[in-house]
Design a protein around this ligand. Structure first.
Ligand code: ARG
Ligand code: GLU
Length: 747
């Protein structure tokens, strides 16, 4: 093929990608920039509000009803008494903490019938965003743009960040932090108000809140009543205060009215929350690393770990409760990565990225000398760094996922700094403090720990680590173990020895070890077989894997920043949104079904009827509480029904990711229509590449929440606190009727 032909072919391939308009549904936008970037488009799509109604510093706006819930979820305020709605899976850890075999709130649910019964949760926070501000120029003051390695740049940036963030909150009770956007091309300051007295108000039984379990997780059609209720308490001045029985329910600047009017296809939807992390601007080599290296390794490890946990959880109620939250967390990303890889493959993501890179190269070559100098070497250097870093990425994934996936080893690792303190002869008081802290950690750790289960995990994970790690990156200590087992690589025997001998595998043993450390005797710790193994792995990791891994990761960070800057220069008419970074974002789209596969079509909503269809008393994921069946049989739905059934969940085209769980889903009038809790499996690659045809966020219909609180739990006093608007007077859409007709024929 001649060069000109190749060019023509290339142009043809690129045609569908031009001129890179950002599809309205793709994007996690900065609230601060809505006016400039999105307001007109949002209003065209059905928003009746202004950007100022969504985000304002000066007056109450939607943002004042949105919080970051704990570290990784979102919640919304739904009453003027600080009532907070989030997902069941977001409150899961707290519900578990309050549960025991006798008072099993996970299984039975929990409803505070008065304020006294609302349960405190030490450590849990709810964070409001007071305001945000572009501080790029302040953060980059004195930071050279060229001729500086990434680690040095980062030091300068961090020093500026410290200074600017501190100055911003001086003399206030607020907190401030600064995050990089567009890979460090821009920086924004966030001023937050962090509440610390957050009490559990209500949670449905898992058979509602986790209905469908891990079977249905990441899937549509979905019937999970994934919500829980909390309340923010404040001091007498309505400001954050540590837990005190004297605290009062918080009075918010805004709480979301709740719409009973429902939704129909095409309706405008807005998701307001704290998406965690996306990588939309990765290059082909970055996507390939995720797709071919990291995801497969991590999937394999979790596969094995989940199997081991599952066996023991099925055999014992105690283990089931101990490991419920851990299991859910592990299973969640395991399944997500599987879906992500399928999606990336289906989209042919690596090739698409290559095409974009070809276009970028063309643009660079067609530019002036400055452009060539700035961007000419970028892509080859990225490729080279990914290539050279690949084995190290894999080795790192195995250490973090497999070795530290063994709880005994992770726990032993957490104690090792104590031995270091003794060796360095730190003052006795400091050591005593550290040991005291370790004792507390130990009590917490053993609450949810079962050594025989963990031993099975070790037997399953260590061989995966030993065999999967490139031999050159495996510590000799591990190679020796692998070689000297009775039968080569018999890790089951090794694990049984390890757990038999290690003092750290029981709480009493661990406390004895800590007592010795306090006396200055570190031998019982450092000579413990678990500590020895993890010490060998981690020492080798720090000496051999991490430096090279970090070198490439740093190079990639710098190159990626330059690449994103270049893309933004190249595509001047495209609206860019920054990757998610756990800061407050707005996504908007519309209610829509989708076609998951050739010949299949999914409706945009599900109902209580579907719960009854899925009901299966022999499968713990699909048990339905008797009370729910009773309400269903009596059609006792209150004002929450549409067309003879209760809506449960719906899907829309909003761009969301982990961290958006619990986010309010809001209609064009600023009313709450649901709570985001998941994404469809076919859409999980949207963290890397969005596909408007297939990516859907999954939302709990707010009417199902109300139905469960009011009718199922008899906690109508909570509904009274909320502001309900509209009514089921809205005529159901055509699709509703179609589906009903079909159901009736079936019956
Ligand atoms: N996939 C949802 C999210 O990423 C829900 C996870 C909790 N549910 C579960 N069955 N593990 O967080
Ligand atoms: N369930 C996720 C969360 O906890 C949201 C699903 C997603 O990743 O989109 O944030």
């Amino acid at each position: 093929m001649q060069f000109s032909q190749r060019l023509a072919l290339l142009a043809l391939l690129l045609l569908p990608l031009l001129p890179f308009p950002a599809r309205a549904d793709e994007g996690m936008w900065l609230p601060l920039l809505l006016k400039q970037l999105n307001e007109a488009d949002m209003q065209k799509k059905g928003l009746k509000l202004t950007a100022e109604d969504i985000y304002s510093v000066n007056k109450g706006s939607l943002k004042d009803a949105v919080v970051q819930f704990g570290g990784g979820c979102t919640g919304e305020i739904i009453s003027n008494q600080g009532l907070l709605l989030t997902n069941h899976h977001c409150g899961y850890g707290q519900i578990q903490q309050h549960s025991s075999v006798e008072k099993d709130y996970l299984t039975n649910g929990y409803w505070a019938m008065n304020r006294e019964q609302e349960l405190p949760n030490p450590g849990l926070t709810a964070t409001f965003i007071v305001r945000m501000e572009d501080v790029t120029s302040q953060v980059l003051t004195g930071v050279p743009t060229t001729g500086i390695v990434e680690a040095e740049r980062e030091k300068l940036v961090q020093a500026n960040i410290q200074r600017v963030a501190q100055a911003a909150v001086q003399g206030t009770h607020y907190q401030g932090f600064i995050r990089p956007f567009f890979n460090g091309n821009e920086y924004y300051l966030f001023i937050t108000e962090v509440f610390q007295d957050i009490r559990l108000v209500g949670a449905p039984p898992s058979a509602i809140g986790k209905f469908g379990g891990d079977t249905d997780n990441w899937m549509w059609p979905r019937h999970t009543g994934d919500f829980s209720l909390f309340r923010i308490y404040a001091g007498p001045d309505n400001k954050p205060a540590p837990y005190s029985p004297a605290n009062k329910p918080f009075t918010p600047r805004h709480h979301l009215p709740i719409s009973l009017s429902g939704i129909k296809p095409g309706d405008f939807t807005l998701v307001f929350g704290f998406p965690g992390r996306t990588n939309e601007y990765l290059t082909s080599w970055g996507v390939d690393e995720t797709y071919s290296v990291s995801n497969p390794a991590k999937i394999k490890v979790r596969d094995a770990k989940l199997k081991a946990l599952d066996q023991d959880m099925k055999a014992s109620d105690k283990v089931r409760i101990q490991y419920a939250a851990k299991y859910a967390g592990l299973a969640n990303y395991w399944k997500k990565w599987i879906g992500e890889n399928r999606g990336l493959k289906k989209l042919d993501a690596v090739s698409r990225k290559r095409e974009q890179e070809a276009r970028f190269t063309q643009w660079v070559q067609g530019g002036d000398e400055a452009r060539k100098a700035g961007y000419g070497q970028l892509l080859p250097q990225l490729e080279q760094n990914y290539r050279a870093g690949r084995d190290y990425t894999l080795a790192r994934d195995y250490v973090t996922e497999a070795v530290l996936g063994v709880e005994l080893l992770a726990y032993a690792n957490s104690l090792l700094p104590l031995a270091e303190m003794v060796a360095q002869k730190v003052p006795a008081a400091d050591l005593a403090k550290a040991v005291e802290k370790a004792r507390g950690g130990t009590v917490n750790f053993f609450k949810n720990y079962n050594a025989p289960t963990d031993q099975k995990v070790a037997a399953a994970l260590l061989p995966i680590y030993a065999q999967g790690t490139p031999p050159a990156l495996l510590p000799d200590y591990v190679k020796t173990i692998a070689r000297t087992q009775p039968a080569t690589g018999n890790w089951t025997a090794f694990a049984s020895q390890l757990y038999g001998k290690s003092q750290l595998a029981t709480q009493a043993g661990a406390m004895r070890v800590l007592d010795e450390v306090l006396k200055g005797n570190t031998k019982p710790l450092t000579e413990d077989p678990a500590a020895q193994l993890i010490n060998a792995v981690i020492t080798h990791y720090r000496a051999t894997i991490l430096p090279t891994y970090t070198k490439h990761a740093d190079n990639i960070a710098l190159l990626q920043r330059t690449y994103v800057a270049g893309l933004r220069q190249m595509q001047t008419d495209r609206k860019f949104y920054p990757d998610a970074n756990s800061t407050l974002r707005v996504a908007y789209g519309q209610v829509a079904g989708y076609e998951p596969a050739d010949g299949a079509k999914y409706a945009y909503y599900t109902t209580l009827d579907g719960i009854m269809e899925k009901a299966d008393p022999t499968n713990p994921d699909f048990e339905v509480p008797a009370r729910l069946v009773e309400l269903y049989q009596n059609k006792d739905y209150g004002p929450y029904a549409v067309d003879g059934t209760v809506p449960v969940a719906f899907i829309a085209t909003n761009h969301t990711t982990g961290g958006n769980s619990g986010s309010p889903v809001i209609n064009g009038r600023g009313e709450l229509i649901g709570t985001n809790f998941d994404r469809n499996w076919e859409g999980t690659m949207s963290d890397i590449m969005f596909d408007p045809d297939r990516v859907r966020n999954i939302t709990l219909d707010v009417r199902y929440m109300l139905f469960v609180v009011d009718k199922y739990a008899g906690a109508g006093h909570l509904v009274k606190e909320m502001t309900l608007v509209g009514g089921s007077q809205t005529a159901p859409g055509k699709e509703v009727q179609k589906i009903k007709v079909k159901r009736k024929q079936k019956a």
